[in-house]
Ligand binder design. Sequence first.
Ligand code: NOJ
Length: 761
Amino acid sequence: MQKLTAALVVVVGLVVFPRATLARDSEVELACATIDVPALGEPLPAKVDACIATILRKMPLAQKVGQLTKYTWGALTGPAVGLTGGYEELIARGEVGSIFNVADATLVEKLQRIARDHSPLGIPLLFGYDSVHGYRTTYPVPLALAGSFDVGLAQQAARIGALESAYAGIDWTYAPMVDISRDARWGRIVESFGEDPLLASRMSAASVRGFRSHIMATAKHFVAYGAAESGRDYATVDMSPERLYEAYFPPFRAAVDAGVDSIMVAFNDVNGIPMTCNKPMLRDILRGVWGFKGVIVSDYGAIGELMAHRVARDRVQAGKIALEASVDVDMQSAVYAETLAELVLRGEIPEALIDESVRRVLRAKLSMDGWNRDYTPRTPPPLDRSFAREAGRKSIVLLKNEGVLPIDKHRVKRIALIGPLADSRVDMLGPWHGQGRPEDVVTVFKALTERVTRDEVTLTYAPGIDERPGADEEPMNAIERAVNDARAADLVIAVVGETEQSSGEAASKTWLGLPKAQEQLLRAVFTTGTPLVTVLVNGRPLALPWLDDGAAAIVESWHLGIEHGHAVVDVLFGDVAPTAKLAATVPRAVGQEPLYYSMRPSGRPLRGADSGILLADYPERYFSRYIDEKNAPLYPFGYGLTYTRFELGDLRLASSTLTPADTLEVHVRITNVGERDGIEVVQLYVRDDVATTTRPGKELKDFARVDVPKRQSRDVVLRVPVRELAILDANGVPLVEPGTFTLWVGNSSAGGLEAQFEVTP
Ligand code: NOJ
């Protein structure tokens, strides 16, 4: 029970709520505050229904609408309209259900006290906040984390984000972001688990479990947001039911099955209906078919945007169609607050529809034990540096290595560190870093300085370019200095790529190269002949074929968070080997986008080795190809090198004839033929050879991260329930078609050991 030992008055801004007005409704308190709420994820006791019924019976319409209304604390962004303050009074009137963007436990306590002690029915608030790659302990961005292929790591990451959020009084995060992203132009690819439905689904479920250890999780953005046309954020999406079913739904379904508390709807329209009012998708599929009972929340201001989509004449109509579609909570547009009561009075929507949504919000509040929680601020836990470092190490992808890595301390005595990102703290955090602070970040420069002191190596550092306004050095001088350092060194380490604001929301790009000045810098370094290790910092796949030609090694480090520098240096010096794989295909050119490994074949495919051939070398023009670029990516999905070599062999199927009720079981032996212990991600891909509809060239169906000591072997078993090979039949019903399937077991989506199996009816 919250103790009633508050000070005599609660002063909030200009509004004074004297103790005398303490207005807890005794009937509601009796019904709601006496419930023993189990841990998150456990079923709520039956008494919850009586609590909710009591509230609904006593609650006036305006307060019901209030429960469906969420306001933002602080500045508004984008076209959002609505209040920017004065919330205390509204809370005291019971007309606010949740608040977004408060990251301050003292303020949370203050606002909760108004809600609990001074609003008519004493209903607690929910506080929402995005913890996309950490709250205060910033760890690798989801696109990087997914590359670890380590679901336990994703779960732990979410758990840490949730724990720190909970200490700040937050009870509802808007994560994980589980949009399938197959277009590197789209800036939000950084927040996603990449292009593959299976990998994203496993990461999605793990994250939901992790968040739910302390707070409510939200799977977002339902649905197909990542397929925005032209890769432009918020843009329209037109998509077949088959593709929705096979690619875009699965990570959401996995979140629902893992017990996700809420779903955020996407900004975009799908097949002509904005998701914010997409009744067939929300009410019929998400709630009807999948049985989702949690809270559906709009995206920021999105109900108000239905007019810009031109599906609502005015805010009244916007409110009506969003609620009818089953969107429970209006984030920031204030459309519900303004219109729902009027719609009921006019008889245009039944009050029961509002009650339905209020019930879901109240259940969420009960699940967070809102009535009994002690909101007194607690000292937050310290930064979890060891997790951030481990997660960073496990998220780094080695894209190229001509024998220069790990750095040999006996040969390399002088290192030239260059590049504008080598000592840029904020850019290591990544675009959605919550309460992450630049001062917490260890940069590559910092970590390398510690390291070379220990190993008696000389280190020079010259950024080579300073693009920030106010830089007093001429770009050419900056490049010259870096190039001189490079010439005098045994090894160059260049940290280049994107700033943190170059990806994320509203950060779509038409150019996937490096900023021109950085390219110029690296090309100048090529001329010195000193081997170049490039460490890429970025939030999306970058198309850099020229770098692949010229660099001795390329380390894809994404944005790794506060321990970025340590994680990178640990890998460069071989304290740990890189083990991650690409969760998204890296293109050769922006014009190839959207590019993903599981494309359908076409009637004129360029296949396998042919897809890496230019028209000039293989002048068969009339195939599905470009006249100026290869079809093949620069690096395929699932690809990543390490410091040892593995061989796969002894591929064996437990049975090569299966029925739809069976599980395919694939055995393979992996041998570490190198001289150091290692970890490999063994990947199983399957293709339906002949089907009623065209099928993806191959699809990831299982994977395992396997530890293999040097010169030893391990037997790996991969499994696929045959029902997961279903396609949608003409009526939209999943069906496994009998016939042959080909499978590949390998260490990326390209190549691998091959076998066939047959599915019989
Ligand atoms: C808009 C974004 O699309 C969404 O992902 C986020 O949760 C909200 N803003 C709130 O920050």
